[in-house]
Write a protein that binds this ligand. Structure first.
Ligand code: NAG
Ligand code: NAG
Ligand code: NAG
Ligand code: NAG
Ligand code: NAG
Ligand code: NAG
Ligand code: NAG
Ligand code: NAG
Ligand code: NAG
Ligand code: NAG
Ligand code: NAG
Ligand code: NAG
Length: 739
């Protein structure tokens, strides 16, 4: 064949193809333009980039669309495109579609039957939406990846598996409401490598074929029964095994040591009994071993010391008594040692754990340790998080505690500590979080605390501290950035446990903006939130001072309630420009409430049960984001400031028992939305007439506080979606849609 002929022939061939495919591409384009209209109809605001899809160009050039070499639409990626409403019902008309990613939107309703006809789909990602109903994807037999994480899908899954099994490699159904058994579903999924079923309501026995996967998680389900030793065959390929938070019982099979590639083993919160199998010590790659919240025996096998990669060891809540086992002092490689929730009474120094060279996090909270705090803690060179809450430590905080060069969190709350806060505390320039609440600490707050340039979260509540609050307190947290940056650079901490209980104490549960986080914690997303906090990733929707515009920031708190502080609240406190919560209630503070406090981006101001006098500063009306304001039980006098009516976000307000306050509460606006209980015991203060009547025949106030909360919620939501904080998002999505 001459070259010429060849050329002509191949030209004809190509041309022919173009003609055929172009007509099909036209069809794909028509469907996509229908999709665009469908999405625009459902999403009048905040539209994603599908708005750029234009009839005048090829769909292969549109954002989110990909095509095959022969010009057919094969991929649609609308991940994080601000899509809400139902799912489009005509995807199957694009017959070559093989990749569909609709993750990170708020698509709702059932998955349409149409999707089940997209027979060429290989990759389907519907994660992070609010899809509901039962799952029927039996037609998608070519699927290799199916991600349904964080939706509201429910019902059993037996219809779909094994039907979908042929080609499936990755299956993620976590964070849904699936129910029923799993033991017979995946036997024929021969290619399956990653199976994540966590946080559903699956019940019955475990699927016994999981040893041939690389990752298997059934955490947070209702599975029961024993883990049969025969599951772990010689050829086990597991790298990650997470059986935590189920109801498994019996002993931990020693055959788990057949899984030589295992790097993460989480059996937390089951009902396992007996000893820790010594064979676990032969897993050369094991980094994380979480055995807490079981009923294991006190004997820890020496062989575990051979785990050279082990960085995270959790034996919390196992009812260990007496001294800390000496073996813990020999894990020289450990970075995280979590022993909270046992009944230890001693062994802090004798066990040698205080000499472990690499420990970053030591959590010994909720035990029965007594006596003075050992000075040796301060000699642990790598310690960043020291959590000793809920013990019976007594005596004073050793001055040597100022020597922790790297310390970021110190939680000594709920002990029996006395004496003064040592001035050396000012040396802790990386300290983000200091919790000394609920002890019997006396004396003044040392002025040196002002040197704690990272200290955003200070809780000294419920002690016997006295004297004036030093003006230097206004210097804390002036520059936490270096600490955040160092945490951003540090190596990835393996997911662990214990973060939730620690964070439960960190959070001022009842107060905005922190209560958002608390509602998340209860759904166990603590790990990612804890990480965000330490890295200074903004997670709270807070107001910029003097404005109602919310932006996401990291925000601090100052909790001094329940002490014996006297004198004035220093006006310099207004310099705490990253703090949203000031709680100084139940002290003996007096004098004027400084107007400067309104310079803070306050959401909560609690000054009740003190002796504040003079006028309530009208400047408080500038703190436009205040949601809780409690001025009750003081000696405020003078005219009630009408400017408080400008606090349109206020949802809790109390000015009771300031008998010298006079003036008038405006009959309309935000203040009129409160019951008369907010104004009791102020005989000179004129209330609107309706407040004095019985509260039952009032028309309900406008629900402005509700709106506030919602706005905050949605901003927060947006953030979580953006940062793909995988676990938290789903929870919030669920939360925000709860009636
Ligand atoms: C989603 O909407 C927000 C708010 O309008 C906008 O900032 C963002 O860019 C949108 N996201 C996308 C992917 O278009
Ligand atoms: C797109 O353009 C073609 C011709 O160029 C026209 O026939 C068709 O109706 C247009 N489609 C839409 C949705 O505007
Ligand atoms: C879709 O786009 C997002 C954001 O660009 C990207 O992270 C994701 O990997 C894409 N999905 C697929 C299936 O390629
Ligand atoms: C799907 O396409 C059919 C025509 O083939 C049309 O009647 C229907 O309205 C389309 N559905 C959606 C959701 O666009
Ligand atoms: C699905 O999408 C989410 C969010 O975009 C992403 O984090 C996840 O990795 C995707 N799943 C798979 C299996 O690629
Ligand atoms: C699942 O979907 C297929 C195809 O769409 C349908 O034929 C079948 O009846 C459905 N099964 C159930 C139980 O709804
Ligand atoms: C679901 O699990 C798979 C496999 O572990 C993982 O690749 C994927 O990122 C997970 N999806 C989400 C949304 O986290
Ligand atoms: C693993 O070994 C078991 C028996 O020990 C065998 O039945 C199974 O086929 C093997 N699996 C693989 C994937 O080789
Ligand atoms: C653990 O097992 C014991 C008896 O074996 C039983 O009494 C107890 O209720 C179980 N606990 C849980 C949390 O399942
Ligand atoms: C640790 O490993 C070494 C070498 O593999 C072995 O000889 C020793 O017995 C192991 N120690 C324990 C306590 O199992
Ligand atoms: C602290 O507040 C300032 C000014 O409001 C802001 O620019 C900064 O980002 C905040 N810091 C953090 C860590 O959020
Ligand atoms: C409330 O705010 C508006 C606008 O910021 C201001 O003009 C007005 O004086 C304020 N009202 C009072 C009573 O301070």
């Amino acid at each position: 064949m001459s070259e010429e002929k060849l050329l002509i022939l191949s030209f004809l061939f190509i041309a022919g193809q173009i003609v055929v495919d172009a007509s099909s591409l036209q069809n794909d384009k028509d469907v996509l333009l229908e999709l665009k209209i469908f999405l625009q109809d459902n999403n009048p605001f905040n539209r994603g980039r599908y708005t750029e899809w234009s009839n005048s160009s090829s769909p292969c050039d549109w954002p989110g669309i990909s095509c095959s070499v022969n010009e057919r639409v094969t991929g649609i990626n609308l991940s994080d495109y601000n899509i809400s409403g139902n799912m489009f019902g005509n995807f199957s008309r694009m017959t070559e579609l093989s990749v569909l990613d609709l993750s990170q939107n708020t698509i709702e309703g059932p998955i349409p039957d149409d999707l089940n006809r997209c027979k060429n789909l290989r990759h389907l990602n519907l994660s992070h939406n609010i899809l509901a109903g039962e799952l029927n994807l039996t037609g998608l037999t070519n699927l290799e990846t199916l991600d349904l994480t964080v939706n509201r899908l429910e019902g059993g899954i037996q219809l779909n598996f094994p039907a979908l099994c042929n080609n499936l490699v990755t299956l993620n159904m976590s964070f849904n409401d699936f129910t029923g058994r799993i033991d017979d579903c995946f036997n024929e999924c021969w290619k399956l490598q990653h199976l994540d079923l966590r946080d559903n309501n699956f019940s019955g026995p475990i699927w016994s074929g999981f040893q041939r996967l690389r990752e298997f998680s059934v955490s947070e389900n209702e599975l029961t029964g024993e883990i049969s030793p025969s599951i772990f065959t010689e050829n086990c390929t597991l790298e990650l095994l997470d059986l935590s938070e189920n109801h498994f019982d019996g002993s931990i099979p020693k055959e788990v040591s057949n899984c030589k590639n295992l790097s993460f083993l989480d059996l937390w919160d089951n009902n396992f009994t007996g000893t820790t199998p010594s064979e676990i010590g032969t897993l050369p790659n094991l980094m994380t071993l979480l055995l807490g919240k079981n009923r294991l025996s006190r004997e820890i096998p020496e062989s575990l010391l051979n785990l050279t990669q082990l960085v995270f060891l959790d034996y919390s809540w196992n009812s260990f008594r007496g001294d800390i086992q000496e073996i813990f002092g020999k894990f020289k490689q450990l970075q995280h040692l979590v022993l909270y929730g046992n009944f230890y009474t001693g062994g802090l120094t004798t066990s040698g754990i205080l000499k472990l060279p690499k420990i970053l996090r030591l959590d010994l909270s909720v035990n029965s340790f007594t006596g003075p705090l050992p000075v040796e803690f301060s000699e642990m060179p790598s310690l960043k998080y020291l959590i000793l809450a809920f013990n019976q430590f007594n005596g004073s905080i050793p001055p040597e505690f100022g020597n922790f060069s790297a310390l970021q969190a110190l939680d000594l709350s709920f002990n029996r500590l006395t004496g003064k806060i040592p001035p050396t505390i000012g040396k802790l320039t990386s300290l983000l979080w200091l919790m000394l609440a609920n002890n019997s600490i006396t004396g003044e707050i040392p002025r040196e605390i002002g040197n704690c340039s990272s200290l955003l979260w200070l809780n000294l509540a419920y002690n016997r501290l006295s004297g004036t609050i030093p003006t230097e307190i206004s210097n804390i947290a002036q520059n936490p950035t270096p600490t955040f940056l160092s945490n951003r650079n540090s190596s990835r901490v393996p997911a662990g446990s214990g973060e939730c209980s620690t964070m439960g104490r960190w959070i001022p549960t009842n107060y905005p903006p922190f209560h958002f986080v608390y509602s998340l914690l209860s759904r166990k997303s603590c790990r990612s939130i804890w990480g965000s906090l330490l890295k200074g990733h903004p997670i709270f929707p807070i107001c910029s001072t003097g404005s109602m515009v919310r932006t996401l920031q990291i925000t601090g708190y100052l909790q001094l309630t329940g002490n014996q502080f006297s004198g004035n609240l220093p006006p310099e406190i207004g310099k705490l420009h990253n703090f949203t919560l000031v709680h100084v209630g139940m002290n003996n503070l007096s004098g004027q409430l400084p107007a400067e406090i309104a310079n803070m981006p306050l959401m909560v101001l609690e000054v009740s049960y003190n002796g504040f006098s003079g006028e309530i500063p009208s400047e408080l009306g500038k703190a436009r984001c205040l949601e809780n304001l409690d001025l009750s039980h003081n000696n405020f006098s003078g005219e009630f400031p009408a400017s408080l009516n400008n606090l349109t976000q206020l949802s809790e307000f109390n000015v009771s028992l300031n008998p010298l306050i006079s003036g008038t509460v405006p009959p309309t606006g935000q203040l009129a939305t409160f019951e008369k209980e907010s104004f009791l015991g102020n005989p000179l203060l004129h209330l609107p007439n309706f407040m004095n009547g019985s509260s039952s025949n009032r028309s309900p106030p406008p629900p402005s506080s509700y709106n506030t909360k919602k706005t905050g919620m949605y901003i927060f939501l947006g953030f979580l979606v953006l940062t793909s904080t995988v676990f938290a998002t789903g929870v919030l999505l669920r939360l925000s849609l709860q009636p």
